[in-house]
Design a protein around this ligand. Structure first.
Ligand code: FMN
Length: 367
């Protein structure tokens, strides 16, 4: 029986002290060039120490992969001192620091990129308002992007992070290669599902290679994915089961699903019998730990996730109460803060963009 306070040792020998991780959450707090700010260090420090690991906000591996202003960057060696401060702020009382690395692909715009057109697998805009049409990447540029992820991993190691998470979820570039919506290529990087998986495959192998040929003994390589897309064509659960099956055979340390609700059921008619999380966990079948996530508010929610995963990620609940983990683990759940007002922002080190978003979206049961 898995318990929330049980440690877990990953493939590359790193042990985390419990099963709770802080979900990656963009805070838009970095400087214009992606250097971490003092407020951002406070934001992370406040939420570290109790969770087994903190996964940072997405950090861009290349300048043309920047998705929004205020984003963290790991795109050059010049970022290493900034990233070292970030890893130090997180590594407190045994909490491990995992840097989420990504490329925004078509989910950005030429204003954020200072006049440069966004790039993607194909020249197909996202189905959202004001989406710009990206430029299709040349084959040579694709290998350069994979190389950039490898260099970013090297920088994470040098900065003292305990791991990296490849952000293959939430419609960004890695997912754009796997998706039949954004990838209409007819070369070796597109077409059938095997070809659409090639970017993920080469990326994961490349990053594994960099870590295993470095002199770091304990490290985590995780991979995050979104199980379904709503567009047609789009990724369906069946495609994701293929992706997960391939990835579970690789020397990754964990897989991390991205779900807004851990109880979510598929949109595919053929997968209605149980939750998406259960289908994914069954497909993995113990080959690699899975992180479950999505609207976990209470200890019971977290335990319920552990029925179908080895770890649970907590997002908004830890923004609202940085001490959520110790309160759950010590049985003091009745003291969990479930509501924030704008005057709480300073104490919680939350930028206005996040706190107003949280205030607007808190479900009734939180009030
Ligand atoms: C403000 C905010 C920013 C987020 N940024 C990221 C991100 O940078 N990378 C990522 O993989 N997921 C991101 N997410 C998704 C979360 O990791 C998580 O999957 C989601 O919030 C559901 O968990 P929760 O219900 O516990 O908040 C973000 C979520 C929020 C609320």
């Amino acid at each position: 029986m898995k318990e929330l306070n049980h440690p877990l040792t990953f493939k590359r020998n790193l042990t985390i002290k419990n099963r709770i991780v802080m979900a990656p959450m963009t805070n838009k707090m970095s400087f214009y060039d992606g250097v971490v700010t003092q407020d951002e260090l406070h934001y992370y420090h406040l939420r570290s120490g109790e969770v087994g690991a903190v996964i940072t906000a997405a950090a861009n591996v290349l300048d043309n992969g920047k998705g929004w202003e205020g984003e963290l960057s790991v795109s050059s060696d010049m970022m290493i001192p900034s990233l070292t401060r970030l890893a130090d702020a997180i590594k407190r009382n045994g909490t491990k620091a995992i840097l989420q690395i990504f490329h925004g692909g078509r989910m950005t715009n030429s204003s954020v990129l200072r006049g440069t057109q966004p790039v993607s697998a194909s020249a197909i805009p996202a189905e959202r308002e004001n989406a710009e049409t990206p430029r299709e990447l040349e084959a040579e540029e694709i290998t350069e992007i994979i190389e950039a992820f490898k260099q970013a991993t090297k920088r994470a190691i040098e900065a003292g992070f305990d791991g990296v998470e490849l952000h293959g979820a939430n419609t960004y570039l890695i997912q754009q290669f796997f998706s039949p919506h954004s990838n209409r290529r007819e070369d070796e990087w597109g077409g059938n599902i095997e070809n659409r998986f090639k970017f993920v495959n080469d990326l994961v192998d490349g990053v594994i290679d960099i870590v295993d040929s470095s002199d770091v003994d304990e490290f985590i390589i995780g991979y995050r994915f979104s199980p379904e897309e709503y567009e047609t064509p789009g990724i369906r659960l069946e495609d994701t089961l293929y992706l997960v099956d391939q990835l579970a055979n690789k020397d990754l340390d964990y897989l991390h699903i991205s779900l807004r609700d851990y109880k979510l059921v598929s949109i595919s008619e053929s997968y209605q019998d149980q939750r998406i999380l259960q289908y994914i966990h069954e497909k993995i079948n113990g080959r690699i730990p899975l992180i479950g996530v999505g609207d976990v508010r209470t200890g019971d929610d977290a335990k319920s996730v552990l029925n179908d995963a080895e770890l649970v990620a907590i997002g908004r609940a830890i923004l609202i109460d940085p001490h959520w983990t110790s309160k759950v683990l010590s049985g003091n759940e009745d003291t969990i803060r479930t509501y924030i007002a704008s005057q709480d922002r300073e104490e919680l080190v939350l930028p206005e963009t996040i706190s107003s978003f949280l205030e607007g979206m808190m479900p009734d049961r939180l009030r």
